[in-house]
Design a protein around this ligand. Structure first.
Ligand code: GUN
Ligand code: ZN
Length: 434
């Protein structure tokens, strides 16, 4: 294959560590006039333009972006493809919301043509918003996951997804059985896991919708294949937590249900965790599991405020999730805007550099992919964004008043959304141009 080498010149910023661990100043690298060099889909160099240009051939192709910031692609650690058509459904909390809106909407994915259509819309929406990797719930139908992976593979995206397993407490038209859920998951794993940059996630919806038999088989899949992911929901809503206690009276609590069925581990991601206690955070951290913090959803469904300082105290890996369609935006910038408010309401702060970390390297660590994505370190996948300082008139004017990269970053997260993302690159290819 001929060498393809291109360079991208702009202000460049990326996280290199968790600010909670190393302090803010040591957590990022910023190049006011930076250069990112990409070769065959990977980053080969990053640094100050003046220094790197001296070592590059004079005829190298350079894309020079004025008044723009290059960052790593965003990582969404929790989102539902089949809920794209029901974002912003009015007026219920979790359990009624599932029955009233979610299950009927997801039932449409029995139809492959519908699944293909929505997968296309969904992936375009991810890329428009600068999300280059997502951990995705399909519906109970394998069609939803086939449609998603088919479309993601064409663009050589690094994506993770799985078909929902749910064999009770849901309408008949939307349930599998312990055995069919296991077999259908296995067929999808054989077809997609490890193909290009795709990975499979075993996906029991949440404890109330799986029988003990199904949870046992979900655990079995994780032992049968190396490096599979596991995604589910936990402790999002108080009524839900009471229901889990009724359904599993022999278990100590919600997390203990998943623990009992051996669903915790380094590639396990639990969405929400709004009402986790100290001991549960400690156990999640001990097993290397991660939590997806989904602020727009937690506000929208009235679920509560995620306790990020408690997670940090336990060194628990936390990624950021949009949780569309409980969440109301595909934009991780808007998700960070809401995350800031979650912290404010608890008397705490979310620094813009911690926010950047959560949307990039923190998400990569939650997914155990930090060697490949989440930073702009040479040797990693060239998944990156160009953020436009003039995306809207207000942003443009507001940034004339910004005195530091910290302030610029914070304003991008407060006022920014899909309009802010002018280009999205995945594996070095332009996959979205505003
Ligand atoms: N718990 C179980 N299923 C769901 C879902 O689809 N969305 C959210 N937010 N929580 C859930
Ligand atoms: Zn969810």
């Amino acid at each position: 294959m001929p060498l393809t080498r291109k360079a991208y010149r702009a202000a460049i910023l990326h996280s290199i560590a968790d600010p909670a661990v190393v302090g803010i100043e040591a957590s990022y690298e910023y190049f006011e006039d930076g250069l990112l060099v990409v070769e065959n889909g990977q980053i080969s160099a990053l640094g100050h333009a003046s220094e790197l240009l001296a070592h590059l051939p004079a005829d190298i192709e350079i894309n020079h972006y004025q008044d723009a910031l290059i960052t790593p692609g965003f990582i969404d650690t929790h989102i539902h493809l089949p809920q794209t058509g029901m974002v912003g459904a009015y007026g219920e909390q979790l359990l009624d919301w599932l029955n009233t809106y979610t299950f009927p909407c997801e039932s449409q994915f029995a139809d492959q043509a519908h699944a293909d259509e929505v997968a296309d819309i969904f992936i375009k929406e991810l890329l428009r918003n600068g999300t280059t990797t997502a951990l995705v719930f399909g519906s109970v139908h394998p069609q939803s996951v086939n449609a998603f992976f088919e479309a993601a593979h064409k663009l050589d995206l690094r994506m993770i997804a799985g078909k929902v397993m749910m064999d009770r407490n849901a309408p008949d038209y939307l349930t599998d059985t312990a055995e069919s859920g296991y077999q259908e998951s296995k067929t999808l794993i054989e077809r997609w896991h490890g193909k290009g940059r795709l990975h499979y996630a075993v996906t029991p919806r949440f404890a109330p919708t799986s029988t003990p038999e199904q949870l046992t088989l979900a655990g079995q899949l994780l032992t049968e294949y190396p490096d599979l992911y596991m995604q589910t929901h936990i402790s999002e809503n108080l009524q839900e937590i009471e229901w889990v206690k009724e359904l599993f009276p022999e278990r100590k609590g919600y997390l203990d249900v998943y623990d009992h069925y051996q669903l915790l581990g380094e590639r396990s991601v639990f969405a929400h965790g709004v009402h986790l206690c100290d001991d549960e955070c400690a156990r999640l951290a001990e097993t290397g599991s991660a939590v997806a913090f989904c602020p727009t959803s937690n506000f929208f469904l009235g679920s509560g405020l995620f306790n990020l300082p408690m997670a940090e105290k336990h060194n628990l890996n936390v990624g950021l999730g949009t949780d569309v369609g409980g969440g109301t935006s595909f934009s991780l910038l808007q998700t960070l805007n809401e995350a800031y408010k979650v912290m404010q309401l608890q008397g705490a702060r979310l620094s813009p550099f911690k926010s950047l970390y959560l949307a990039t390297l923190g998400g990569a660590r939650a997914l155990r992919l930090e060697e490949r994505i989440g930073t702009l370190q040479p040797g990693t996948d060239a998944d990156f964004l160009v953020l436009d300082y003039h995306a809207t008139p207000l942003l443009s004017y507001r940034l004339t008043q910004a005195r530091s990269i910290a302030e610029t970053l914070f304003v991008l997260m407060t006022l920014g959304d899909d309009r802010t993302v002018s280009q999205t690159y995945a594996a070095g290819q332009l996959v979205h141009q505003r």
